[in-house]
Design a protein. Sequence first.
Length: 228
Amino acid sequence: MSLPLLILRPLEGALQTEQRAKALGLPVVVDPLFTVESIAWSAPAAKDFDALLLTSANAIKFGGAQLDVYRSLPVLAVGEKTADAAIKAGFHVERTGNSDTEYLLNRLADGSCRNILWLAGEQHTQIIAKDRKIHIAPVYRARALNLGAQAQACLAGETVILLHSARAARHIVSELDRLKLSKSTHHVLAFSAKVAEAAGRGWKSVQSADHPDDDALLSLASALCLSC
């Protein structure tokens, strides 16, 4: 017997995770808790900045025609997928980092990229960048959804739940409370320690990935889903 793996991230990312999970022989249920959409935004003048920060490919996908005014700015991209999306859209990516935005910014040369424009999601974390000013322009949102029928059916039995963000962790807890579904029979695999903390207590087990990427997360999933 194996446990189902429930993937709740927005659809595009969920399908990528699903493909990797199925390649490992894991039984997968995809039922996103969020949908990503564009929002209205005003583009600050490009001349006021010397770099563009992108932490998600969604900024490129949902930013719209106003992105064109920033093509002259070098891009600081967090994650290979974000960098690839920026390059395909005609931007010059000067530096690519892993999922740690502050680590990327703090590795920049002293005196470079003093004024940075971050094209962010409406829900975003705080970034502390030493000696640099970061202006935040939200260009998309991940709108929360009710827990879907497929997810609810999956959660009728013991399930392994993948959580890729602290917001998703808080939202699934809220949805389980709303639907009066117990956490105690389910396992949480969290993208990071912060995500695991947001999921809270009361689960059958909680583990966080050693590295914040899908490969590390699915390695944990393989061990847990296929061991039962």
